[in-house]
Design a protein around this ligand. Sequence first.
Ligand code: SAM
Ligand code: SF4
Ligand code: F3S
Length: 473
Amino acid sequence: MNQIENPTPSETSIKLGDVSFPHRKVWIKTYGCQMNYHDTERLLHHLEKLNFAPVEKEEDADLLIFNTCAVRDLANQKFYSHLGETKKFKDKNRTKEVKVAVGGCVAQTEGKELLKKYPQLDFAFGTDVIDNIGDMVYRTYAGDEKFSITTWDKTNDYSIETKIAPGTPQAFVNIIKGCDKFCSYCIVPFTRGREKSRRLQEVVNDVKKLVEYSGIQEITLLGQNVNSFGKDNSETFAQLLSALDEVHGLELIRYTTSHPYDVSDELIAAHGTLKKLAPHLHLPVQSGSNSVLERMLREYTVEHYLELLEKLRKAKPGMIISSDIIAGFPNETESEHRDTMKLLDQAQFDFIYSYAFSVRRGTKAARMEDILTDDIRGRRLREIQAHQLGIQGKLRAEMVGKTYRLLVDGESKMHGITKWKGRTTCNRIIHLTNIPENVSLKWHWLDVKVTSATSLSCQGEMIEDYGTKILRA
Ligand code: SAM
Ligand code: SF4
Ligand code: F3S
């Protein structure tokens, strides 16, 4: 029997208790990180059991859900303005009744305020009750009005079964939730709660089922700080990776995100020896200045960080490293900013996500007096991005003529031309130029030779097509 159910909604009504569930449509808008995207997969899975099918356009939906992100003000503002627009869907003269819900990281900290402020909102739910969406939807259709559920799971265990989007060989697998690091700028410990790991064997059994019954070949292990996995159970992240490396039929293991403080020698060694581990590490550094790192409460120095990169590149030659940078942390001096620019040269990141510092209510950094203006932050961010693009251009040029393994995941349209594209095992996107029209390569494993590259995109030619499966022992 298929262990991972993807039920098809029924055209006729289903009845649960006193509530009837005719066939309805749900629209979900997801903001933020991959964890939120995976939470959306979980929401859809539960809602399908209540006879909901997903739709792309909000005007077609009976239920609108916003799965929100609170990490920076920009994400918040986008969500508030979009939520404001949903009022029109609740007009009395409409032929159907529309329900509106907000979940995720903003709802976790502001659920009750949102319900008061937005009359169109029916309910709000936090990050730890994602898997109870069925009960909440039942309540709303049973007539309960304006409720907010933001409780934390108080047990020491974190036990779940992975839910996947149907029809793809790729799956996100949560292995740890929450974060105990409390970096001074970051809201996540308040929106995702305390750190809790799943048990190693549960994750391995889960992945074996995904491979065996759902055809999953590539997994991305998820957590805000995956490499502190297992601390509460005397298990380690490297042990988990070694066990997953043995799963027959699994091709590729990615993971995100890691904290430099928890990159152990055991994990570095695993990158050197494990066959299925992607040769890529996303390792956010945040700043190239030790004094800023101290104010950020990051628990490492620039020297330690660079030493980690050296060890990783020695263990796995060609290892690709990417990172996150925050420009304009409170009171950052010009000299501290220049230290970050210098770090970009030293680290040679393949790509970075960079952001201007954004004040988050309740964090330590929000209580720091700050003399920087938005203009200074914006200028420093632009300098960081321009400098990184130069480095990236040089690194990408070095890819030309080399061959990479990738999984084709879709098509992209550039200048009116549609091309198949995929992500290499080292996490670079390559657009394919030598594929005849009408040939479908979706979910094929290929070897691709890079023919041209700029700092932002790579083009390549297919040199080997392995089809939709390459079985590695
Ligand atoms: N857990 C990861 C780590 O330890 O680096 C990062 C998770 S956080 C969701 C993603 C990125 O958002 C961070 O690496 C940081 O660069 C950025 N970020 C978090 N809080 C921020 C803030 N207040 N202002 C600007 N950027 C922020
Ligand atoms: Fe936020 Fe720091 Fe935790 Fe990352 S490690 S989620 S930046 S508090
Ligand atoms: Fe945003 Fe929450 Fe992720 S704040 S980055 S959606 S953990």
